[in-house]
Structures are given as structure tokens and as C-alpha cells.
Design a protein around this ligand. Structure first.
Ligand code: DC
Length: 224
């Protein structure tokens, strides 16, 4: 089997890694794995099934049987497009809870790894560089201060016409950070060989330019 190059982009919620990953994938013409969306879909499936997040047996059984398809911007749970439904703060928190269960992560590992196909993969998440693709050619760990991340999210939600409270949003982000970083299974942390970039002071475009520079240095063939 031919080797498929991987760019792993990890970081906390609101660091801008989603926007960055999709732009990098588009530029290179590579596949994009939004691993957070997988945990979000599972969180939604768990809620709909009326299962408690604490029930590790039932939640991991759902994970093993998750009927999930990514298809050109659509996120299908069975036949239903849940792309919008998984973008709420509630779905993000549900995702963070199911993602803390080790057997859930194990059940979703093959699915994620088999997503790497030629000509290459850009993988966005929390443990792409540490667990799922430890041999990735490029590893980026993107951070930003909690305040800046909350503000970015606040603006995004406002633009969508939703009423939001900045202080509550900041607290939610802190809570999610703690859960994602403090869990035993594949916690949010930078791989030892990741390039750590603090985006607090940079625009999305500046971050993209710096990352593409890195990508072309590490993978000169991807520039053609
Ligand atoms: O990136 P996101 O906000 O869509 O992720 C939602 C939650 O899913 C996040 O709070 C933690 C979990 N997650 C994870 O544990 N591992 C990943 N690779 C991606 C997301």
C-alpha cells in the first residue's frame, strides 16, 4: 500500500483549527477529517437514544455501530444530514463527554485511520498527532487564550443571529478544556514533535500563511 501523507492539526475548541484545516485541505486537494464531528455525531446519537453519558457499555456499543458518512459537507447519521444539528454548544459538550470514554475512542480509531487516502489527509482534532496519526509528516498544535477563543465563538454565534452570553461561553470553554485535557484516554496535548502555534495575536489568514510555509518545507512535493 502506498504511504499517504498526513497533516495533523490539534488544539482546544475555538483555536481556529477547523477553519485552518479545511483551508489547508482545499489548497492541497487533500481529504479532510473533522474528527470532532465524529464525537459530536455520537453525542447526538446517545442523546437521541436516551442513554446516559455515564453508561460506558451502551455508549461504546453505539460507537462501534455508528452509521456515519461524511459526504461533501453533509454529515450523515444513517440517512439523516445532521451537519447543522451537531454544531450547537450542547452537541459540543455531549461530544466532549462521550470522547472521555476509552472504549469509545478505541472503537472509532480504525474508522479515523482508514480515512487517510491518497493524495493525502488533513486531520483536525485533539489527538491526531499523538494517537491517531503518530507518524504524521506535519503536526501543528494550535492554541489561543481562553478569552480570545470565547470571543471568536461569541462573534460566530452572533453572526448566526443567536443570542449568547460571553461570560457563560467563557466558562463553558474552560470546562470543556479541563475535561478534554484532564481525561486519561488520549487527553488534549501537543505531541512532543508538534509545532506549537499561539494564534491569539494572529488573524486566521496569518495562521494559514505560516502553516502553509511549514507544510511546503516538510512536504515540498505537495506544492506542485
Ligand atoms: O473539535 P470539536 O469542538 O468539534 O470537538 C468536540 C469534542 O469532541 C471536544 O470537546 C473533544 C472531543 N474530541 C476528541 O476528544 N478528540 C478528537 N480528536 C476530536 C474531538
Amino acid at each position: 500500500m502506498n504511504h499517504v501523507p498526513v497533516i495533523a492539526i490539534d488544539g482546544p475548541s475555538g483555536s481556529g483549527k477547523g477553519t485552518l484545516a479545511s483551508r489547508v485541505a482545499e489548497t492541497l486537494g487533500w481529504r479532510l477529517l473533522d474528527s470532532g464531528a465524529i464525537y459530536r455525531v455520537l453525542g447526538l446519537a446517545v442523546e437521541r437514544a436516551g442513554i446516559s453519558f455515564e453508561n460506558a457499555d451502551k455508549v461504546s456499543e453505539l460507537a462501534r455501530n455508528l452509521d456515519l458518512t461524511f459526504d461533501q459537507g453533509r454529515v450523515l447519521l444513517g440517512q439523516e444530514n445532521v451537519a447543522d444539528a451537531i454544531r450547537t454548544e450542547t452537541a459540543g459538550n455531549a461530544a466532549s463527554k462521550v470522547a472521555a470514554i476509552p472504549r469509545v475512542r478505541q472503537a472509532l480509531l480504525d474508522w479515523q485511520q482508514s480515512y487517510a487516502k491518497a493524495p493525502g489527509l488533513v486531520a483536525d482534532g485533539r489527538d491526531m498527532g499523538t494517537v491517531v496519526f503518530p507518524t504524521a509528516e506535519v503536526k501543528i498544535f494550535l492554541t489561543a487564550s481562553v478569552e480570545e477563543r470565547a470571543l471568536r465563538r461569541y462573534k460566530q454565534l452572533k453572526e448566526k443571529g443567536l443570542s449568547v452570553n460571553l461570560a457563560a461561553l467563557t466558562e463553558e470553554i474552560k470546562e470543556r478544556d479541563e475535561r478534554d485535557s484532564g481525561r486519561a484516554a488520549a487527553p488534549l496535548k501537543a505531541a512532543s514533535d508538534a509545532w506549537q502555534l499561539d494564534s491569539t495575536q494572529f488573524s486566521a489568514d496569518e495562521v494559514y500563511q505560516q502553516v502553509m510555509q511549514r507544510v511546503y518545507n516538510a512536504l515540498p512535493e505537495s506544492a506542485s
